[in-house]
Design a binder for this molecule. Structure first.
Ligand SMILES: Nc1ncnc2c1ncn2[C@@H]1O[C@H](COP(=O)(O)OP(=O)(O)OP(=O)(O)O)[C@@H](O)[C@H]1O
Length: 570
């Protein structure tokens, strides 16, 4: 992580000083065998190289080389021996599951599938068994069992010793899938989409081998991605698969909901936003569409009429079915008074974070609670208010800000940079308290579940450059270093860096950040109304029952705006 994101000025010296602290695993596995330091160094370098490859980097880029010419081969041989591998490590990683356990999971889930879920799973498993190409899109509104179906399909493939690659457009969604990776990291896709070039995957490399051997590719939250990425994936898969069929003849399964956040087009018009949707891709016509319609979260509540009514209401919000809401105001919607209040934000904070002082550091408590707002202007304000009431001493971390170029004229503008509070960057003056929730702002290690949007609990400030945190969803403890985050330079006209912990407080977050997260108690602060497609639906659908949500609106009639791009929902 330090090499990828951190301020390690001299990686070679850093390695020489610390390599011996990184070889505990190898010493443990070597048992009675004594490995000389030079071999241990090779093993550490080999492991580093493997980790860097996940981010499309390698040790040589950091000036690190094996101490002997055959170091890499020696390390690979030893690793293969320990792990009993016969194929490349990247493929091996995908084959480490137990097929018997997979069969048990598949059979247990399969019995519970609802009719539409079952039809989908059977269709996919049959295509894989018969090696038939398949392109399918699964329209899955919130709670209809998308993750449940994906996991069932992956278990079915795993039970036959097959390989299923699970990717997602966002880091958060990737962490919910077994072996999930972001689409960008798995396929080495550039952030700026280009539909004319394949992704950078050499045909003879490990990744190409993995793609060739994969029986299935599942892509969750596909509607959040740009149509050019779909096209580039098509071109990319044909080469390693030696096939001219679309997507190399693979079984490709896209999951998602067009009622959710769309691909980002900065300052884009409605037409531009719609145009980049995968639905506008010429490839879209190849996809057969399956619909999951039963909200399993609501079904699990039993025969609860309020939950059922809330489900119907949510679908109307998502589909922009406003006709009966506010006559003559197509973008306006009157929210039910049961979920609304015009009381001050302080009341919303007390309701959402009830008895917060008794839950300092309580991961389950904070995982279940979040306040959402629509615009970035409101960022910080709610977080600061809650932090004020939160017990404990305020700890401050100041960033070091500097222009990305060496231009001396720019170099004197530190104070100006310190004063900027750009979206996606942590603040210059980061105020924290031990036991408070924070949110990660970068995909540090999707494999460890450290993604942009991952919520954490701050456990300890180890020193000025390191935080000890607990990942809320898994309760695992990990370390977060200070890293260099680059601003896109939109405000300043030039790019600049901020060296800071890549986090923000997470009592409150934007609606967009909450996508894909199930939260038990949600406060929505709509001081300013939503501005993007189906943001209101995303906010309201985080919960399955009206008792678990409170919306603060400035309008006493509880009328607010709902933005829906109907073209994408047809
Ligand atoms: N057929 C099923 N039988 C029993 N439980 C199910 C079934 N399908 C889904 N569930 C359960 O319903 C809940 C919601 O399912 P899941 O998380 O898969 O939905 P989702 O569509 O991914 O939701 P979201 O997009 O809101 O995160 C989960 O607790 C899941 O285990």
């Amino acid at each position: 992580m330090l090499l990828l994101f951190g301020p390690v000025n001299d990686p070679v010296q850093f390695f020489q000083r610390h390599w011996d602290k990184m070889c505990d695993d190898f010493l443990y596995h070597s048992g009675s065998l004594i490995l000389p330091p030079i071999v241990l160094q090779c093993l550490v370098l080999f492991d580093l190289d493997r980790i860097l490859h996940e981010s499309d980097k390698n040790i040589r880029l950091f000036g690190l080389y094996y101490p002997t010419p055959d170091g890499e081969t020696v390390a690979d041989d030893i690793n293969r021996h320990y792990e009993n591998r016969t194929v490349s490590s990247i493929v091996n990683d995908k084959l480490t599951y137990d097929p018997i356990e997979m069969r048990t999971r598949f059979e247990s889930n399969f019995r519970r599938l609802r009719p539409r879920q079952r039809a989908l799973v059977q269709r996919v498993v049959r295509a894989v068994e018969e090696k038939q190409p398949l392109c399918a899109f699964v329209d899955a509104p919130a709670g209809t069992g998308k993750v449940f179906c994906i996991e069932t399909i992956l278990a079915g493939i795993g039970s036959r010793n097959g390989i299923g690659l699970a990717v997602a457009s966002s880091g958060i969604a990737a962490t919910l899938l077994t072996g999930g990776r972001t689409f960008h990291s798995r396929f080495r896709a550039p952030l700026k989409p280009d539909n004319t070039r394949p992704f950078n995957i050499p045909k003879q490399g490990d990744l190409a081998e993995l793609i060739r051997r994969a029986d299935l590719i599942v892509w969750d939250e596909a509607p959040m991605s740009n149509k050019f990425h779909l096209k580039a994936l098509d071109i990319t898969l044909r080469d390693p698969c030696n096939s001219n069929l679309p997507f190399g003849g693979k079984v490709l399964l896209l999951f998602g909901d067009f009622r959710q956040v769309l691909p980002v087009v900065k300052h884009g018009s409605r037409a531009q936003q719609i145009d980049v949707s995968i639905k506008m891709s010429p490839l879209w016509k190849l996809f057969e569409v399956h619909c999951l319609t039963e909200n399993m979260r609501i079904l699990s509540l039993g025969d609860d009429p309020m939950a059922q009514m809330y489900d119907v209401f949510l679908m109307r919000i998502g589909n922009g079915d406003h006709i009966h809401f506010v006559p003559n105001e197509p973008a306006a919607v009157k929210l039910p008074h049961e979920i609304c209040t015009d009381k001050p934000i302080r009341d919303l904070i007390s309701w959402t974070f009830e008895d917060v002082c008794e839950h300092v550091g309580d991961a389950d408590y904070f995982y279940a609670r979040l306040i959402l707002y629509a615009t970035n202007d409101d960022a910080g304000c709610v977080n600061d208010m809650v932090l004020n009431d939160f017990p404990g001493e305020v700890r401050e971390s100041y960033s070091v800000d500097y222009p990305a170029s060496d231009d001396h004229e720019l170099a004197i503008q530190h104070e100006l940079l310190n004063s900027l509070n750009e979206f996606g960057l942590p603040p210059h003056k980061l105020q924290l308290k031990i036991g408070a929730p924070v949110m990660l702002l970068r995909n540090l290690s999707p494999k460890q579940g450290l993604c942009n949007g991952t919520r954490l609990i701050l456990k300890k400030i180890v020193d000025d450059d390191l935080l000890e945190v607990t990942i809320m969803r898994t309760s695992k403890t990990t370390l977060i270093p200070k890293i260099d985050l680059t601003s896109d330079g939109e405000t300043t006209g030039f790019k600049w860096n901020r060296r800071q912990f890549p986090i923000r407080l997470a009592f409150a977050a934007t609606i967009n950040k909450s996508q894909g997260q199930t939260i038990s108690r949600v406060g929505v602060w709509l001081r300013k109304p939503v501005f993007a497609h189906d943001q209101l639906y995303v906010a309201l659908s985080r919960v399955g029952h009206p008792n678990n949500i409170r919306v603060v609106l400035p309008d006493k009639k509880f009328i607010t705006k709902n933005v829906v791009y109907y073209e994408l929902l047809q």
